[in-house]
Write a protein that binds this ligand. Structure first.
Ligand SMILES: [Zn+2]
Length: 158
């Protein structure tokens, strides 16, 4: 599934979660409506917005008008609307710059960039091919998975 999104500046948390789940999601903390509409059109991205004015102005893009202020409700809406699989590409994209991450084969080379506990536990490491940020599979991955499970099942946080 290669659905791509562009989120408006009010939807930072939603954008972050979508990236965590591996979905290509552009997000700018501040962007004029015109510019956002232009990028959506050029890159065939689906607009996610809380803005009624933008929703009204949009003519030729696919757009989802997000009404809930709760980030988890917002994610649920997007997942359900596009029937997305949140597990398939989990942790394959940089949450900061939206670029894909790649596995680091030679952990020795990134030793200086990661905490000692992560390095000494031989966690698998991933590097963002955009900003170079290093990710690793630690306990936070389990927490994120639990969180996704809980909001998808509509339960309170576990
Ligand atoms: Zn990055």
């Amino acid at each position: 599934m290669d659905v791509k999104f562009i989120a408006d500046s009010m939807l930072g948390k939603l954008a972050r979660w979508l990236r965590l789940m591996g979905f290509d999601t552009l997000y700018y903390p501040s962007i004029p409506d015109e510019e956002l509409l232009k990028i959506a059109r050029q890159e065939e991205r689906i607009i996610l917005t809380k803005d009624t004015e933008l929703t009204r102005r949009n003519k030729d893009n696919n757009l989802i008008h997000i009404t809930s202020s709760d980030p988890y409700e917002q994610i649920k809406t997007v997942i359900k609307t596009f029937n997305l699989n949140p597990w398939e590409n989990l942790f394959t994209r940089c949450v900061h710059c939206n670029k894909p991450v790649e596995k680091v084969d030679d952990a020795e080379r990134i030793k200086e960039k990661v905490p000692f506990y992560a390095y000494s536990n031989h966690f698998p490491f991933y590097r963002c091919c955009g900003c170079g940020r290093i990710y690793w599979e630690g306990s936070h991955h389990e927490k994120i998975k639990m969180r996704i499970k809980s909001f998808l099942e509509g339960k309170d946080e576990v």
